[in-house]
Each structure stands twice: as structure tokens, then as C-alpha cells.
Design a protein around this ligand. Sequence first.
Ligand code: C5P
Length: 237
Amino acid sequence: MNQEPIYEGKAKKIFTTQNPDELLVYFKDDATAFNGVKKGTIVNKGMLNNKISTFFFDLLGKNGIPHHFIRMLNDREMLVKKLDILMVEVVVRNIAAGSLAKRIGWEEGRKLPCTVVEMYYKNDELGDPLINAYHIKALNLATDEQIRIMETYALKINDILTDYLKNKKLALIDFKLEFGIHKGEVLLGDEISPDTCRFWDTETGEKLDKDRFRRDLGDVEDAYEEVLFRLTGETVK
Ligand code: C5P
């Protein structure tokens, strides 16, 4: 790829294609945490996340969730529909962990009595603060209808993924989604991978996600490999 990316994020580069409605996403091995304060590389992460995201977009599409994914192009690249990204990150939580555990003073691993949906302002400078529907309206980040759609899809995605992953002996602790507008329609965008979800082994409780990098737990690549293997039976080594 000789072309310059139109956008380079922490984990991905985005390129234009000959079709103005489509973009190419390149998955990098770079890993960051704590809003870019911790930086590193996870060997093969780009490949693993491309394949894991491809798997999840396919699964969600088959279950009625409209998304930006068109097809995987090669090990590190996928073709997607171009979105006007809504500057809101939607987090869904089943078990208290990470920032929620800290915020409400619960020990990590305690089951939430009901699913919790949170919205964050996608703004690196501000460190992606937690916001609610009023803030989203006041900041003009999304309409009431778009907020309702994001919330509905987020809960449906949680049901689909939780059910599917149970059979793979993976507990879906929490995850982050991003949405965008394509031809007037709200579509699921970004990626779904161990970078954006917490997966715990249902039997051992072992963390199989980016917390291994964030918390220096070791065996980071192996964890991502394990997730791909459980989903597809595939390995990239
Ligand atoms: O850090 P926190 O507990 O709020 O993260 C909740 C979920 O959202 C985790 O699965 C985490 O991987 C994901 N997340 C993300 N990108 C962010 C913040 C959180 O993918 N910027």
C-alpha cells in the first residue's frame, strides 16, 4: 500500500479506495492503553483482530445487525462502507470490571443485576469522558432517534455475542461499540476484537483480552490467538 492513509488511529489505518462509498481498513500490531499513555506492540495482533472482527461482523450481520463490514481483503485488511462516525462510544457491561468497577466501588467479576449501557464522548483530548443522552444532545453528537438505535443495537449485539460465546467457553464481560451513518442509516462500525471486548474463560476466569497488555499479565498474543482459535479453529502462527 503506497498510498497515504486518510486517517491513522492507535490500532488501524484507513485508506480510500476507488469507490467513494468504501474504505480500506488496515489493522496494525500497535497497542496502546490508558488513552495512549502506555504503548507497545502485540505480535500478529493486526492479523488476529482483522480475522476476529470479520468473524463477529459476519455473525452479527446474519443476526440482523447492519454493519460497515463488506469483506476481508487479506490477513490485515478489510473493506468497509464509509461512515460518518458518531462521536460516541457505546459500552455494554454484564460483569463489573475496569473503569466501572472503579467508579462504583465494586470488586471486579461481580455480576451486574442488569446489563449496563454507557455512552462516552469520543474525544482523545478529554480522555473519552462518560456522558449521557442529554450531553449527547447538547453536544449535537447524535439525534434522539440515533441514540435509541445505538442502544437497541448494543443490547441486541450483547445477546447475540453472549449466547454465541457461551458455547466457546468465553464469558463476555463488557465491550465497546462505535456507530456511524452510511446513506442515512445507522451502521455498526470500527472493530470487535480482544482490543475492544473483555473475554474471560468461563472455567478458569483467565483473561483473554487487552487487559493482559494493560496490566502486564504476559501471554498477550497467546490470548488473542486463543480467542481466534475458539471462534474459527484457525491459527495465524
Ligand atoms: O475501561 P473500561 O472498563 O471502561 O472499558 C470497557 C470496555 O470497553 C472494555 O471491554 C474495553 O476494552 C472497551 N474500551 C475500548 N476502547 C476504549 C475504552 C474502552 O475498546 N476507548
